[in-house]
Design a protein around this ligand. Structure first.
Ligand SMILES: *Cc1c(COP(=O)(O)O)cnc(C)c1O
Length: 419
């Protein structure tokens, strides 16, 4: 069981709403910091640990800067994410550039920033060499194919578009060695929202074994292994958070048995998690606009899929608290919806909640990763503001809400008049 208790009071939310109307995402800085410190402390037991925060999970430079101060780097996968890292003061080998189907200008920008480039395909070795030049340090992404089972969000590795096959890794590293690359890393990312710590230990073992084989055959030295992201979070109250201790204990044992035993120490251990870093510390705050009673009972909110896609696209569970009614019994069954003209614009289906009235404020939990970030403008829906709640209870707007002018910014209305 995980507590879904809120880290703020109803009074605090009322105070924030008077300045910033709903809907908005609220991020709990204390929660983010406490977790970041716990992760770092736990992983200090594995050699040379570093976490590169997956920017796509929460692409806000204020959050990135908070994490940078905790020693985290940034995992970027697009031009915009590289630029955000730069703005947040994260440069050089504190950036892991893990992209796929990569355009030349992104390789050029990544090289300019001195980022660690993580190649997704063997053909990118030559492409990178021609477009941006080969750096001294290169990492390759491994797709284990049938060797490892994926999970629901990321799919089966054999069906996934990412990474090199095992044979391609041997060929690729050899090519790069011949071309003068001297520093090497190995990466994989095979799961998303995985709650079983053993999964990550098993991934580490597969990569460690592979590093033994690659190092022997090619006579190259690996500087780091990046175990990817994908550590899950307990979206449902009955789930358990992943024990960092369980991962680090398992990875340490595997390291001793495989890496040290084969004389390949030191090998640094990297992660590029997004969800587990910020996911549980974000809340979508939304006001109930209308109640509707037809064949089912609907709670219509002022938020929509534009603010949180996960329930609509994955059927994902997000816990909902009716603010001020935390102690009330869940006596009613509702669908909690947004106003978008798609029937999957629902935050919850058949959810038992206390009786809800117009004007109630709902707190939708665990929106701190892949929440705001996945938003879109379909149906002319605008993305919300993002507010950071500081440890002392003060709050700061770290992104304003979109306006209709933002939405129209790419249209030329003057041209339209003469059209
Ligand atoms: C999405 C992604 C991540 C982050 O995944 P989480 O589930 O948020 O930890 C890390 N690396 C790559 C390459 C990704 O695509």
């Amino acid at each position: 069981m995980v507590s879904k208790e809120l880290p703020f009071t109803q009074e605090k939310i009322t105070e924030i709403i008077t300045e910033h109307p709903t809907p908005f995402h609220l991020y709990d800085k204390k929660g983010i910091l406490d977790n970041a410190r716990e992760l770092r402390k736990s992983f200090s037991r594995v050699h040379g640990f570093k976490e590169f925060f997956a920017v796509k999970a929460l692409p806000n430079p204020y959050i990135m800067k908070i994490l940078k101060k905790e020693g985290f780097g940034a995992d970027c996968s697009s031009m915009a994410e590289l630029l955000l890292a730069e703005k947040a003061g994260i440069v050089g080998e504190d950036i892991m550039f893990s992209s796929n189907d990569t355009p030349a200008d992104e390789f050029i920008k990544a090289r300019e920033l001195g980022a660690i480039i993580n190649l997704d395909d063997i053909s990118h070795i030559e492409f990178l060499e021609k477009t941006a030049g080969l750096p001294e340090l290169v990492c390759c992404r491994y797709n284990p194919g049938p060797l490892k089972e994926g999970n629901a969000i990321i799919g089966n590795p054999q069906e996934a578009k990412y990474g090199f096959t095992r044979d391609q890794l041997f060929e690729g590293y050899r090519m790069m060695k011949d071309k003068g690359v001297r520093r090497f890393g190995l990466h994989t990312m095979v799961a998303s929202n995985e709650l079983n710590p053993e999964y990550f230990v098993e991934t580490a073992r597969i990569l460690f074994d592979l590093i033994v084989d690659l190092s022997r055959e090619l006579d190259i030295h690996f500087e780091f292994v990046n175990l990817g992201g994908g550590i899950g979070i307990p979206y449902k109250p009955e789930q358990q958070p992943v024990s960092y201790e369980a991962i680090t204990t398992g990875v340490r044992n595997a390291y001793d048995e495989i890496i040290r035993a084969n004389d390949l120490h030191p090998l640094r251990i990297y992660l590029e998690c997004g969800r587990v870093i910020t996911g549980p510390y974000g809340y979508l705050i939304t006001t109930v606009r209308h109640m509707k009673h037809i064949y089912k009972d609907y709670v219509g909110t002022d938020a929509s899929m534009a603010n949180l896609m996960r329930p609509g696209i994955y059927g994902a569970y997000h816990h909902i608290t009716v603010l001020g009614k935390e102690k009330h019994k869940p006596t009613h069954m509702y669908d909690v919806t947004g106003s978008l003209c798609e029937n999957n614009d629902k935050f919850a289906i058949d959810r038992k909640l206390p009786e809800i009235e117009r004007g109630d404020v709902l707190v939708i939990h665990d929106t701190g990763a892949h929440g705001y970030a996945m938003g879109f403008n379909y149906n002319g829906k605008l993305r919300s503001a993002e507010i950071l709640l500081n440890e002392d209870g003060s709050f700061v707007k770290i992104r304003r809400a979109e306006t209709v002018d933002d939405y129209f910014a790419t249209l030329d209305f003057e041209g339209l008049e003469n059209f």
